[in-house]
Design a protein around this ligand. Structure first.
Ligand SMILES: C[S@@+](CC[C@H](N)C(=O)[O-])C[C@H]1O[C@@H](n2cnc3c(N)ncnc32)[C@H](O)[C@@H]1O
Length: 324
């Protein structure tokens, strides 16, 4: 028999997402800061007992909760990432995923037309609440994963960083905490910076950060910087615009400067998460999709950079390079 498991797995993957989103929305993980029985949780959260039991058991099966003699409790992972009081909470980013979930039902239409399923501006200032969720969600996600980049990339000796498409500024703030002599200029679209300012102002390093409204497809990034970070921006762009942005960064950078690109790239058509991310950009943007790390490294060299290196740190890859 030819194994149909990959088909069943793909066909039912949305059950898992739906269970996770529903559990977050009804407040299951916050409530389980104190272990409890299903009937008590149902009363506390105003849920039907039947629904509470089914959802709780689904979360146990997904390793999101633990169950012991009828008492449910958070796993260490759930407590850390799925409760609203945790500094590493992912609840806002998951709420954004849940809000954009219905658009995936229109994927076949987007595939036919090559057009997004929602207005691209919704997340970039068009819809106030979605924009807030987008910026705070990026912040939460970066808090969880930026440390791996901060720990591996060496910016010692650098004085000024251009953080292009810097969004909530979380990467900049984490890097500045590591390098007390470094300052950062964060470039992003004006509506995103309006939301980001509040996050940056409480970061403890706001006095070393300048927020500069900019459209990276049209504007340049000034000069005088000896480090540049482009994290999560280039997947929105066509290859031509990526190349243009890399050339502008090269032109404005001081000799000896360091470039860091951080994104979901593919390498030889893998990993699946990065490939599927391309569909997300078909659904939400007029252009873009996941780029191949080898192509991006070649464009980086073409822009003039040297010592171009690719490092994979699942789920992200980063590309580092230097201006001679
Ligand atoms: C996925 S987020 C990455 C944010 C941040 N660098 C990080 O890695 O957490 C992409 C960022 O690119 C910004 N962006 C999108 N189009 C842009 C453009 N044309 N010019 C400048 N920034 C843009 C978005 O507003 C968003 O903040």
């Amino acid at each position: 028999m030819i194994d149909p498991t990959p088909i069943y797995d793909a066909a039912t993957a949305f059950w898992k997402s739906s269970a996770l989103f529903a559990a977050c929305r009804v407040g299951l993980f916050d409530a389980l800061n104190e272990p409890a029985k299903a009937e008590d949780l149902a009363k506390q959260l105003d849920l039907s007992e039947r629904g509470a039991l089914a959802l709780l058991d689904a979360c146990v099966a997904l390793d999101l909760l633990e169950k012991n003699e009828g008492i449910y409790s958070n796993t260490p992972t759930g407590k850390r990432y799925l409760t609203s009081t945790s500094p590493e909470s992912l609840l806002v980013t998951l709420e954004l995923q849940a809000n954009t979930y219905p658009m995936w039902m229109n994927l076949s239409e987007s595939v036919k037309k090559g057009q997004p399923a929602i207005p691209p501006q919704d997340l970039l200032g068009g819809d106030r609440e979605l924009t807030r969720q987008f910026v705070v969600g990026m912040h939460q996600r970066a808090l969880g994963i930026a440390e791996s980049l901060v720990n591996v990339v060496d910016l010692s000796g650098c004085r000024l960083m251009a953080d292009i498409g810097g969004g909530p500024g979380t990467y900049s703030t984490m890097i500045l905490k590591r390098y007390p002599e470094l300052r950062s200029r964060i470039f992003d679209l004006a509506p995103i910076q309006e939301v980001a300012k509040a996050l940056v102002s409480t970061s403890g390093v706001a006095d070393r950060i300048e927020m500069i409204p900019c459209d990276a497809t049209a504007d340049d990034f000034g000069d005088g910087y000896d480090a540049a970070l482009i994290s999560g921006l280039l997947h929105r762009m066509t290859p031509e615009i990526c190349q243009n942005i890399l050339e502008k960064v090269y032109t404005g950078m001081e000799s000896g400067g360091k470039l860091v690109l951080n994104d979901l790239f593919t390498l030889d058509g893998k990993p699946a998460l990065a490939v599927l991310f391309g569909l997300q950009f078909l659904l939400t943007n007029e252009t873009g999709g996941t780029h191949d790390a080898g192509d991006m490294a070649a464009w980086t060299s073409d822009a003039g950079f040297e010592d171009v290196q690719i490092t994979a740190m699942f789920p992200y890859m980063f590309i580092t390079a230097r201006k001679a």
